[in-house]
Design a binder for this molecule. Structure first.
Ligand SMILES: NC(=O)c1ccc[n+]([C@@H]2O[C@H](COP(=O)([O-])OP(=O)(O)OC[C@H]3O[C@@H](n4cnc5c(N)ncnc54)[C@H](O)[C@@H]3O)[C@@H](O)[C@H]2O)c1
Ligand SMILES: [Zn+2]
Length: 703
């Protein structure tokens, strides 16, 4: 192949993977694999500068605005960053910077963690209230760097994005009323793990990493979904009319902090490249402690005047560089595959690996996700595999390695036809990738149900973790979280103390004292915790039952709507049409969730469990709340002209209180706010029995 053929081929490949990454939010390559292709292209282009074209992926930011969003130009291009992969490259960059500036000038650098999310541009300006405060007017994604997608309504749901900044704060921060903030939106690892749990429970493929999940979230067309995901925003650039507002990056960060933005606390201004090298060395071990992903350190020239003189290359500033941490990956041997059964019965293949040290942690397990993933990788037992680990995300197998030192394995991985624990036949629901054990009494499922029930954020039963649950189920405490033999079956060592969640509430002190490593103190503390959990209330019980698609927020909305388990069960056990109507009257509950609830309560065993729990004295009521102090979960439609508020400011008030404004009236609309000359929307509201408010009513609701 000639160089120009190879260059063209690399460009095609890169474009394809950029599309998957930036537009679909579903990459097929790891970043390291992508970077390797890009670096190969850059090296070839350096050798053949005559072949460089403006549309080469090396020359332009890879995104592309997605359909469905309004596209808006940026005040100044949102660029990518050049990378350094080692100290030598970093020092070479420092040299280039200093060479380009007069030798009499000192250069200060600001080091910031390279947050692994996606960048947003937030524009602030005067609001319709004619006051002096600054209001969030628009939020744009990077898009292709010149044109972004308008995701304002989604951005409004991010709690760390101030919707308005008071005049006094602006003054303290030295900010004008209109300005622009750029920063990174990230999905914290805990929120990512939860999202993937929900996706898996819903039979969807898990998101590849928090960055892609964040990108997918900020570009969904439903703000209430975004609101549930707990995205975070860290500010790092401050602009006005397309220029940096302050003379230094370090003062810009200070000013952002003062005005109420979240600024990453690790940012630091440094006097020399040696100090930068030290900063990077200190930053890398932080990775496991932050709770969000970082993939390196961004180093920026502090002085705006120097930045201006350094300027830009095609797609990146010369005054900044991203030092990329090495991918946390390693090669090891796949020794076997375990099949684990989850709470919903989903069977997950787990790779048993020859232990390997990756980024300071010994890794001996990696997820293989599902049968399709095994097929995609084409992996066999005995193969050497590339394993990657990020944050506290479960390690995953990236690819099979094959060369002289790493010969292929021979043993085919056979996905079981029967549950490895209870032997009942596995089933695959049409359109889903996962195989499931549908036996409701499967011991593996009961174990997961108990763990879910006791988990933090559910019933919060401290002391009821892996090892204790295993013991209560008659398995050895030693095996803790890995209660499986090589065949995947739990090791039963004694008669189980419990078989259902209800049995937890029947446990006696003597029972517990008979277990391994359980003294009086432990036993009493656990019993106290179990007793206390009875008071958790309806929402927690609903969440604890593990109904498909019913996460924390949906459980809360259901509890508030129905007020008691009896009411909810009554609604769910009517004939199909009435049941789904009654359930879908709850905000954010659609046909899929409604059906899952109906199905759950149609199972005798589940009804028995609820009855049992009620008999045991668990609190199963909630305060019915149709009006809340915040408007979270409520949908509004605005129509007609209000006496004082403009349409826009009414919308802003509702949204900043957590409510949602929609354009059309349906039976799910919570309130229609009507002013002078309201037309068909008001009629529709009246015919559907939707509550109609006037401006005063709205203001009262807003408190
Ligand atoms: N896996 C794939 O198929 C695939 C495809 C395309 C791109 N990628 C990955 O995407 C990246 C390249 O894309 P890129 O152009 O977004 O570059 P980049 O992510 O390497 O660097 C630029 C970005 O860094 C971010 N950033 C984080 N913290 C920052 C801070 N403190 N200050 C300034 N910026 C900060 C901003 O979002 C900015 O846009 C590479 O890591 C590449 O591996 C992967
Ligand atoms: Zn089973």
């Amino acid at each position: 192949m000639t160089s120009d053929q190879e260059i063209e081929e690399l460009r095609d490949q890169l474009r394809h993977h950029e599309y998957l990454y930036y537009v679909e939010d579903a990459p097929e390559l790891t970043d390291a694999q992508y970077d390797a292709l890009m670096n190969r292209l850059k090296r070839l282009e350096e050798k053949h500068p005559e072949l460089v074209t403006a549309d080469s992926p090396s020359q332009r930011v890879g995104g592309k605005p997605k359909d469905g969003f309004v596209k808006m130009p940026h005040s100044r291009p949102m660029l990518s960053l050049d990378n350094a992969y080692n100290e030598e490259e970093l020092r070479a960059w420092d040299q280039r910077v200093r060479d380009a500036l007069p030798s009499t000038e000192a250069v200060r650098y600001v080091c910031e963690l390279k947050l692994d999310g996606l960048s947003l541009a937030l524009q602030y300006g005067a609001g319709s209230d004619k006051g002096e405060a600054a209001h969030l007017v628009r939020g744009l994604t990077r898009g292709d760097g010149s044109i972004g997608e308008d995701v304002t309504s989604n951005v409004r749901t991010i709690r760390s994005v101030p919707l308005s900044i008071s005049a006094s704060k602006l003054k303290a921060a030295g900010l004008p009323q209109s300005f622009e903030v750029r920063g990174e939106v990230v999905l914290p690892q805990a929120a990512f793990a939860k999202l993937n749990e929900e996706r898996e429970a819903a039979g969807q493929a898990p998101a590849a990493n928090p960055r892609n999940a964040a990108a997918g979230t900020i570009r969904t067309l439903e703000p209430n979904i975004v609101a549930q995901r707990r995205l975070d925003f860290y500010a790092y650039f401050l602009l006005k009319d397309g220029e940096f507002l302050l003379p230094q990056q370090s003062t810009a960060l200070e000013s952002l902090k003062t005005s109420g933005f979240r600024v990453n606390k690790y940012a630091k201004a440094l006097k020399s490249i040696d100090e930068v090298v030290k900063f990077i060395a200190d930053a890398e071990p932080l990775r496991d402690t932050l709770g969000y992903e970082i993939d390196g350190v961004v180093i920026k020239v502090d002085a705006t005047a120097q930045q201006r003189r350094l300027g830009f290359t095609g797609k990146a500033p010369r005054w900044a560089i991203a030092y990329k941490f090495a991918a946390r990956a390693g090669i090891t041997k796949l020794e076997g595959v375990l099949f684990q059964v989850g709470r919903t019965g989903k069977v997950t293949p787990v790779a048993a690996l020859a232990p390997v040290l990756i980024g300071g942690t010994t890794v001996s397990r990696a997820t293989l996700h599902n049968a399709d993933e095994i097929a995609r990788l084409g992996v066999r037992i005995g193969d050497f595999v590339q394993v990657e680990r990020g944050g506290d995300v479960i390690p995953k197998i990236v690819e099979v390695v094959e060369d002289k030192a790493h010969p292929r394995g021979t043993e085919e991985i056979v996905f079981p036809k029967n549950c490895p624990v209870c032997a009942s036949e596995l089933q695959r629901i049409e359109g889903e990738v996962d195989w499931r054990c549908v036996n409701n009494s499967c011991p593996a499922r009961v174990r997961e149900e108990l763990l879910h029930w006791s988990a933090r954020g559910v019933m919060n039963i401290e002391g009821l973790g892996d090892a204790m649950v295993a013991q209560l189920l008659g398995q050895s405490a030693e095996l803790g979280g890995e209660v499986v033999t090589e065949e995947g079956a739990p090791v039963v060592v004694r008669r189980p103390l419990i078989h259902t969640i209800g049995d937890l509430y029947r446990l006696k002190r003597e029972d517990l004292l008979g277990l391994e490593r359980v003294g009086e103190k432990t036993a009493d503390a656990l019993l106290e915790q179990i007793k206390r959990s009875k008071e958790g209330g309806l929402a927690r019980v609903l969440l604890g039952l593990g109904i498909r698609f019913v996460g924390e927020r949906t459980a809360q909305l259901l509890a508030q709507h129905f007020g008691s388990m009896d009411e909810l069960m009554l609604a769910a056990s009517q004939d199909a049409e009435k049941a789904s109507e009654a359930l879908e009257a709850v905000n954010e509950v659609g046909p899929k969730v409604a059906q899952a609830i109906v199905e759950f309560f149609a199972v005798e065993k589940n009804k028995d469990l609820v009855k049992d729990l009620a008999g045991l004295g668990l609190e199963m009521t909630a305060e019915k709340r149709m009006t809340t102090s915040t408007l979270e979960g409520l949908t509004f439609v605005l129509t007609g002209t209000l006496p004082n508020l403009t349409r826009e400011s009414a919308k802003e008030k509702i949204e900043s209180a957590g409510g949602r404004v929609s354009g059309s009236v349906s039976k799910k609309t919570s309130y229609v706010v009507a002013g002078e000359e309201a037309g068909s929307k008001l009629e529709k509201a009246n015919s559907l029995g939707v509550t109609v408010l006037d401006e005063a009513g709205l203001l009262e609701l807003l408190g």
